[in-house]
Write a protein that binds this ligand. Structure first.
Ligand code: C2E
Ligand code: CA
Ligand code: CA
Length: 768
């Protein structure tokens, strides 16, 4: 079933409507024309009939006149009338009447009384006769005894009028039949009351026939139609006694013929409609079938099916070119879709899978439940290659690595700048350690990039399916955790260890909480201060600021933990700014309270690299109206060495502004003396691992002593932190340390405790 407003239906409907309108117009025109033509014919017939009719009656009248004249001029007859010789009169009348075949042959006196008549029965027609006597010699139609006659009345003169003769013919059925034969129309005579006198039609005499003739109807196709077309004619009658004739033209034949023609026309119209319908359906199908095919094609395109299709064989040229354009469009879309798909799934540089494709792939292979190894590997110091050889060479290196990776069967992806992932199927006998080592060995072979022979060093983290996880996402995360662990443990390859993932999640939760604590600044984060004793002056002239985080529920989070998390997530920038502000505000506050003390602030490597760090520091100084010389910035030896050049320029800048710089945790990094010499710093802070057991460790004593000597040789202050006992303090004093810091002196405390502590300390030292 086609929809109502389908093209096919519309075309068929239009075609049929046109044909119907056309047929109707033809039909109506034809019917009107035929009818008009017929009416014209009828009219003509009437005129003709009237002539024939009049001529006939005139002839009859002439016959009557002649007969009457002959009779009235007959001398013998006149004598007989004068003498009232009844026998002679009768015989003459009979003779003359017989000669012309008259139906009336009467003789009457001047008063209209009948003298002689061929009537069997004597009747009184005086009045009629008297009326006729008004105009003797003129032919009339009169009704006598319900019978119509055509009569003529002539006087019998001798020489004066002595009587009248009346001669007449009866207008009977014979006459009407003859008239019908002559004219071809039905003839009916009627009297003053319009009662039928005689007719060529089988009608009841005296009936109200005119109304009947006018209302008689023929059944028609749509409605009934009149059977006759009638025409009335008045006959020459005696005044006051009118007689008429109704000429009726039967329409039966005409309508029969018309109906037959109408039927033929209708059949023809029906056939034309049928033909038109078939033709239009055929035509429409030629249009709609290919159109429907195009619709199906477009839907298939939408579903990504671009297969070639064969066009409906009857399609015309326009449709065919549309179809071809469609097919071409499909092919173009398919090509573009494939390109887009490729780009969406692959890494544009190396052509390896990208991260999202890798995850899809992992989902597939994890469903198969066969063992495999997922390895994430990155190039050690790739940034250095980019910096020294340029990014183009860097890209070429990555491409070469991608090609090298593919040596072993597996799936490969690039998920970050220099981070690759390999999905390596494992046989039950494969040893994963060997597999990963083989991979690294092949990667460590020198790469031919442009004209260079480049040797890259890789670090890899790996996990195994199904032992280390069931889902793709989990496996990828765990392989990355293993890579991170390899980095932090500084090994080439590392497998994921049970529980590391959970630890990571925990750490992520801590990071989130830290972010929130910083945003809210609701007192969860605050600073502690640990005094430093200047061994040269014996004064406590400095404190080190140390951050503290007490989470709701009195949960203390180790600064080492959250600081390292903040460093890994980049949160450290914001955190350091918070610390700097808090410390400066506090120092300002102490100054206002009359305590003039310097503060050391711990700074991270990322702060050092951040372009806003210096402007921020100077801005904060201005904000709290402090001199830079009351602030020392502590930077770990490792942080300073990791980005030496930048460190030098920043430290120079900091020093020029008046800040002091201290090398924190000195001794555990691997900085060479030469490098240390280049750094514009003021102080060395020997790591507490050398100090904690200084009193008992001869090695530590040796190291500390040489460090102090070295520091002094470089013109630096040397500070020892982690001094927990008197012995260590005395040793350090003897070794020439400039300052100490440690639990022996005091544990870190809240800012408010500084004043009482100082007072207490001064009191104690005075006693000593
Ligand atoms: P650090 O800069 O080496 O700070 C000294 C650490 O040694 C502090 O630990 C301090 O409480 C502790 N300490 C001081 N004297 C002794 C002692 O006699 N014996 C022992 N066993 N320990 C002593 P804390 O406060 O836990 O800080 C740990 C590390 O967290 C700091 O090491 C520093 O690297 C980092 N940190 C603390 N606060 C901040 C900060 O505000 N910003 C940055 N960037 N790092 C901070
Ligand atoms: Ca420190
Ligand atoms: Ca330290």
């Amino acid at each position: 079933m086609l929809p109502k407003n389908s093209l096919q239906n519309q075309i068929a409907l239009l075609c049929v409507a046109l044909i119907v309108v056309c047929c109707l117009a033809l039909l109506i025109t034809f019917a009107l024309f035929t009818r008009q033509n017929h009416m014209y014919q009828v009219e003509k017939n009437f005129v003709y009939t009237q002539n024939v009719f009049r001529q006939y009656l005139q002839t009859q009248e002439d016959v009557l006149t002649t007969a009457a004249q002959v009779l009235t001029s007959d001398f013998g007859f006149k004598q007989a009338v004068a003498t009232r010789d009844a026998a002679t009169i009768a015989s003459v009348l009979a003779n003359h009447g017989a000669r012309i075949g008259a139906d009336l042959m009467w003789l009457t006196d001047l008063d209209g009384r009948l003298i002689s008549a061929d009537l069997g029965e004597q009747r009184n027609f005086d009045e009629v006769l008297l009326d006729l006597m008004q105009t003797p010699g003129e032919g009339f139609f009169v009704v006598l005894d319900d019978t119509l006659y055509q009569v003529i009345l002539l006087p019998v003169k001798a020489p004066r009028t002595i009587a009248y003769t009346l001669v007449g013919f009866e207008i009977d059925a014979e006459v009407t039949t003859r008239l019908r034969d002559l004219t071809g129309l039905e003839i009916s005579f009627f009297d003053a009351h319009q009662h039928l006198l005689s007719s060529s039609l089988p009608l009841a005499k005296n009936s109200d026939f005119i109304e009947e003739m006018q209302t008689r109807a023929l059944p028609g196709i749509f409605r009934s139609r009149p059977e006759f077309s009638n025409y009335q004619l008045a006959l020459n009658a005696v005044p006051g006694r009118p007689v008429g004739v109704l000429i009726s033209n039967s329409l039966a034949d005409f309508y029969q013929e018309l109906d037959a023609q109408l039927r033929t026309t209708l059949v023809l119209a029906g056939l034309t409609i049928l033909l038109g319908l078939t033709a239009s359906v055929f035509m429409a199908r030629n249009l709609t079938v290919p159109l429907a095919q195009l619709v199906v094609m477009a839907r298939r395109f939408a579903q990504g099916d671009y297969a070639d299709r064969v066009l409906h064989r009857q399609a015309n040229d326009e449709i065919r070119s549309l179809f071809n354009a469609f097919a071409e469009m499909g092919q173009e879309i398919q090509i573009r879709e494939q390109q887009v798909l490729y780009q969406a799934q692959h890494d544009s540089l190396t052509g390896l899978w990208n991260r999202s494709s890798l995850l899809t792939l992992l989902d597939e292979v994890t469903r198969a439940e066969t063992r495999f190894l997922l390895v994430t590997a990155n190039v050690r110091g790739f940034q250095h290659i980019n910096n020294s050889l340029g990014p183009d060479m860097g890209d070429l290196c990555l491409c070469a690595v991608a090609a090298r990776l593919k040596v072993r069967t597996g799936q490969y992806a690039r998920v970050g700048g220099d981070e690759f992932v390999a999905l390596l199927p494992l046989t039950p006998t494969d040893d994963r350690q060997t597999v990963i080592q083989q991979l690294l060995n092949s990667l460590h072979q020198p790469l031919q990039v442009a004209d260079f022979n480049i040797k890259l060093v890789f670090r890899a983290g790996a996990c195994e399916f199904p032992a280390d996880g069931a889902e793709g996402k989990t496996l990828l995360r765990r392989a990355t955790i293993a890579l991170e662990a390899a980095r932090s443990e500084d090994v080439n390859a590392r497998f994921y260890q049970n529980g590391e993932d959970e630890k990571l999640l925990e750490r992520l939760a801590i990071v989130e909480a830290l972010k929130l604590a910083m945003q809210k600044d609701d007192g969860q984060l605050f600073m502690y201060y640990q005094p430093k004793l200047n061994l040269r002056t014996g004064c406590v002239d400095k404190v080190e600021s140390l951050i503290r985080w007490r989470r709701p529920g009195n949960v203390w989070v180790s600064p080492e933990l959250f600081i390292s998390l903040a460093e890994q997530t980049g949160l450290i920038i914001e955190l350091s700014q918070w610390v700097v502000r808090s410390v400066m505000r506090q120092v300002r506050q102490w100054q206002a309270d009359g305590i003039h003390i310097h503060a050391a602030i711990n700074i991270s490597a990322q702060d050092l690299n951040h372009p806003d760090f210096l402007p921020f520091l100077t801005g904060a100084l201005a904000e709290y109206q402090l001199q830079a010389n009351c602030i020392t910035l502590e930077l770990t030896e490792r942080d300073l060495m990791s980005n030496e050049l930048q460190a030098i320029s920043l430290l120079t800048e900091l020093k020029s502004r008046g800040f002091s710089v201290s090398v924190d945790d000195y001794g555990i990094g691997q900085s060479s003396l030469g490098k240390l010499k280049k750094l514009p710093v003021d102080e060395l802070k020997i790591d507490k691992s050398f100090i904690l057991k200084l009193d008992s460790s001869a090695t530590d004593q040796m190291i500390v002593q040489s460090t102090i000597t070295l520091g002094h040789n470089l013109g630096l202050m040397v500070v020892a932190e982690g001094v927990e006992n008197e012995t260590s303090l005395q040793l350090l004093r003897k070794m020439g340390a400039d300052a100490i810091q440690g639990y022996f002196l005091c544990r870190p405390f809240a800012a408010a405790e500084l004043k009482p502590w100082l007072e207490h300390y001064h009191a104690l030292s005075k006693q000593a």
